[in-house]
Write a protein that binds this ligand. Sequence first.
Ligand SMILES: Cc1ncc(COP(=O)(O)O)c(C=O)c1O
Length: 443
Amino acid sequence: MNNIKITGYGDDLTINGIRIGDLSPFEHEQIEKEKGGNNYHPLENVVVSSVFDDTTFIARKPDPEKIKKFLEFELIDGLCCYSAVNPGQLNKTIVDAIVSHLQMEKIPTVPRSIRHKYMSALLIAVTAFTEMDKMVPKVAGVEGPEMMFKIARRWAYEQKGVPEGKALTIVAENNFHGRSMFAISASTDPLSRKDFGPFLPGIIKVPYNNIPAIEQAITENAEFLSAVILEPIQGEAGVIVPSDDYLPAVKKLCEEHNVLFCLDEVQTGYCRTGANFAHQLWNAKPDLMSCGKAAGGGIIPVSYVAGRADLIDVLSPGSEGSTFGGYPLACIAAVYSIKVMIEENLAEMARIRGKRLLKHFADIQKEFPNKMKETRGKGLLTAFEMYKAPQLDGHQVSLKLLKKGVYAKETHKSIVRVAPSLTITEKNIDTIAEAIRDVIKEL
Ligand SMILES: Cc1ncc(COP(=O)(O)O)c(C=O)c1O
């Protein structure tokens, strides 16, 4: 059917007579319910319309007087698209590079079956930034851990001598590696697994941040073990920061038993935790590392696996690939994202602002010790956890914060993650903290 008419831009974008700028938050919700999948539960009664600055959205909420259908207000973004927008929304360096690339260079899309000149730029920049020998580009974050899993299995068969079909992989309980079949096979979250089986075999799950448990799993399965795949800090689980000896101990155990030490830095990479990559906080360099989210500057989806040359070299033509993995526009976003991380000192910014935010959290916890159970974080990957009680529900906190002009979303019922852009001002950190304080007081 070709009876589709699409005209205009911005609020004037009109599809078959429906002007997007005329829709109220309620109408957006209705359209999503009618025509979209039911796989998210976004905050009610709010629709982001544009960005005001690097850390602030312009959002629309219902107009109580119904004269107009919505009111616009400023909303500080305390989530940053789950750490995809580390350099801030519309970072000028990255936007200029992308616009100039499209308008001046005129080479957005080229397949991997013919070389384009920006692939070299990507390879040079990413290997320098990650301090790894080689990298392979993909698109979505989930593709990173997925590829680490595959590379590790192939390495196990071809290099370690594991009998075909017998390779094992250790992961941590409560991990989040995305939504692919590997990721949910590795997951312990019933919501992401229900009725999607059968799952991939050969995955052993151990408690996170528990050295004796992983030591036992590694030693008992060493002969068939390809890799341990962990998040250096568990983000989705509620910003679970391991003890200082955990990652170095796991790395050492892996070395001793000829097992690959693989880290999923999709959420923790790109300066989020106060270092370029979280593993640097503990001097625990992985053999393979997956990155995503902020790797594309928060504008273009870019992910990759970087690692030791001998491991990346187990891949052969036909074994891996991606139409948009490493296409010219993605290379530009990726290269300039790295430039911004370094030139805008974003690791240091994350350390400084994160310290301030965590100090605020500690003060709030002192003030409300019966409500706030724990606060934690590294750099600007932070969270506070409330005691489990109906009135301390994390979703209610998110809704109340929204009313005060701050967007932060609960992970699990009683934990609220706060991870704003790394360019956030001191003033906005204080505003976020003040809003949290007011909300906790009200609960
Ligand atoms: C550690 C980690 N790995 C993988 C993913 C999946 O990334 P994506 O949603 O871009 O596929 C996420 C997303 O939150 C993540 O936090």
